[in-house]
Design a protein around this ligand. Structure first.
Ligand code: C2R
Length: 179
């Protein structure tokens, strides 16, 4: 395991530095998971966003099991002040695509390996292979950390303090590789 990585592929506290106070205010980034079984992976997003001081929320809703809730969430996210939405799901991941179809906000998809399915390849293909006009910015299988970093970078376009924290974070990534 590389220095700074947790057993599930997340980032250790050591690499991310001291824990800042819990971010306050209305959520700017929404994190959706298709099932409670995705939470161990998707909670890595919350850890990163807390380190960057970005208010966020995490919800378990499924395009297959709660289609009306997904519809409402995606249609109202922008008016609630959200800047991007991260969607993690395993097997046939339709959550990210269903959200992307209903909002102009950028949607980031995390294919989850999970217990069943095909080790995440099924979720990877169903997340990344979106038809023309409805993009889902897809990260690696179980790539929740990168999903959160990308969401923070999208916010950083308009938020200088988040941008500064991202540069600090990038510097910290280099530390393990300096001679
Ligand atoms: P359970 O563990 O609840 O049986 O779910 C979930 O994200 C999970 O990884 C198994 C897997 O099914 C996924 N799921 C989806 C969607 N809803 C649930 N892919 C969806 O709406 O796309």
């Amino acid at each position: 395991m590389a220095r700074g990585e947790s057993p599930r592929g997340g980032m250790s506290d050591e690499r991310l530095g001291p824990v800042p106070p819990r971010p306050e205010g209305p959520p700017l980034i929404g994190i959706l998971c298709g099932s409670p079984s995705d939470l161990p992976v998707m909670q890595q997003c919350t850890a990163i966003l807390e380190r960057f001081g970005i208010p966020h929320e995490i919800r378990v809703i499924s395009a297959h099991r709660n289609p009306d809730l997904v519809d409402e969430y995606a249609r109202t996210a922008e008016e609630r002040g959200m800047v991007s939405i991260i969607c993690g799901a395993g097997m046939a991941n339709h959550l990210a695509g269903a959200v992307a179809a209903r909002t102009a906000l950028p949607v980031i998809g995390v294919p989850i390996a999970g217990r069943g399915g095909l080790g995440g390849i099924d979720a990877l293909y169903s997340t990344v292979q979106m038809p023309r006009g409805v993009p889902v910015a897809t990260v690696a299988i179980d790539g929740a950390v990168n999903a959160a970093v990308l969401a923070a970078q999208i916010l950083a376009v308009r938020d200088e303090s988040v941008r500064a924290r991202i540069y600090e974070f990038k510097d910290s990534l280099a530390e393990g590789f300096r001679p």
